[in-house]
Design a protein around this ligand. Structure first.
Ligand code: FMN
Length: 383
């Protein structure tokens, strides 16, 4: 049996740190609590760093809870690989006050992180990446991975969050929603300004290699990034946010008038495989959804549900990655009220699901090298 030492836990924390989080905020603060008696389990307590949350763009802390779920799943996968079983002991609070207690047990045989999903490894955690560059539609691997994820989610949904499903969204609905949701984010000065705080353009700054969305990851050409670095300062940010939203406000108004029309006609427009605007085959687009009634659950239990959803989101991305598929995430589609409700209408009308999207992403094969996202260094653990 593998002894649960501080050194081992620090290694597991380093693997878990590769977890995805909105804007790469990395909101988790893990803490190791060694077993106090031979009979009691070692524990890991995970809290939230309030400075690493997105109070404007993520007011209900849903993305925060999803990211915390991704971290728990990553830690569980890395621990399973070295023969340590991890279960959630408790989830208390929500948002910045969230606290997760994990109970660790060293087992004689290597446990699987989950018997419904493939046995992912720390190599899978290191390999997974979000790709914002051009993706290519890949039919067969997508069909295989999608079917496997659907099966695992249906089975794990019963054990964790009822009504969890992965649903493909037709290309025309995706494109319309994405255009509209993008304008929504830009036209709200406070959301835009908060996003700017997490963009990293200056390669010389320490934060460039630690957190946020770097110019490399966003695939912004170097000369443009250099200009952006000069503009994206704490003093100028509110001005840039304000000016952008003022310029886009009229567009936002026209959009809201159009929204009903888009929704009314979305069912009648073509198949998911119709050609995209640039002539290439369109990508597959997926939403992870939960039962709409689950959203009305109270604070702590809602946080727990979203943590389970975050675990399933990471498993889905890892499964796609095992089939050499990457994701391009567009949370704005589930954040913008109009596009969220357009997707919910589609789920109800075409799939009979009373559901809301909690994550939205396109899937395809990378066509260019994907720059590696940054992470904060993992603190040494003193036992
Ligand atoms: C809950 C959640 C929401 C996210 N939303 C977006 C998004 O809207 N747009 C985007 O480009 N990336 C999004 N991401 C991806 C993160 O930006 C990404 O995980 C982070 O930058 C680290 O990069 P990596 O996943 O390639 O390691 C999201 C990730 C999570 C977990």
């Amino acid at each position: 049996m593998m002894p649960i030492t501080a050194t081992l836990i620090a290694e597991l924390f380093a693997h878990a740190a590769r977890s995805p989080s909105a804007h790469n905020t990395q909101p988790w603060i893990p803490h190791f609590a060694p077993a106090t008696t031979p009979a009691s389990p070692a524990e890991v307590h995970v809290a939230v760093d309030p400075a690493r949350t997105l109070p404007v763009g993520d007011p209900n802390s849903q993305d925060l809870h999803l990211a915390m779920g991704c971290w728990v799943e990553s830690f569980t996968i890395a621990a399973a690989e070295v023969g340590i079983d991890v279960i959630i002991g408790s989830v208390r609070g929500r948002g910045p006050a969230l606290e997760i207690r994990l109970l660790l047990t060293a087992l004689p045989d290597q446990p699987g992180a989950s018997d419904l999903w493939p046995n992912f490894t720390s190599a899978d955690l290191q390999h997974r990446q979000v790709d914002r560059g051009p993706l290519r539609r890949a039919e067969e691997p997508f069909a295989t991975a999608f079917a496997a994820a659907e099966r695992a989610l249906a089975a794990s949904g019963m054990a964790s969050v009822e009504g969890t499903a992965l649903v493909e969204v037709p290309h025309h609905l995706w494109e319309t929603s994405l255009a509209r949701a993008t304008r929504y984010s830009y036209s709200h000065a406070d959301i835009f300004t908060e996003t700017l705080e997490w963009l990293r353009f200056d390669r010389r700054a320490t934060s460039y290699a630690e957190d946020g969305l770097s110019a490399d990851c966003l695939q912004i050409p170097r000369p443009l990034a250099a200009v952006a670095a000069r503009l994206n300062t704490a003093t100028l940010r509110p001005w840039i946010g304000g000016l952008t939203s003022a310029a886009l406000a009229p567009v936002e108004f026209v959009d809201s008038l159009r929204a009903t029309v888009v929704r009314r006609t979305s069912r009648d427009r073509g198949s998911p495989a119709q050609a995209s605007t640039d002539g290439s085959a369109p990508l597959h687009h997926l939403v992870l959804v939960k039962d709409a009634t689950a959203s009305s659950a109270g604070g702590d239990s809602l946080a727990r549900q979203d943590i389970e959803l975050g675990r399933n989101l990471l498993r889905t991305w890892l499964l796609l990655d095992q089939h050499d598929l990457r994701v391009d995430v567009h949370s704005e589609i589930k954040d913008c009220p109009q596009t969220r409700s357009a997707v919910s209408d589609y789920l109800l009308n075409d799939h009979g699901l009373h559901a809301v999207p909690v994550a939205a992403f396109s899937v395809g094969r990378s066509t260019t090298a994907v720059p590696r996202s940054s992470r904060r260094p993992v603190e040494p653990i003193h036992s």
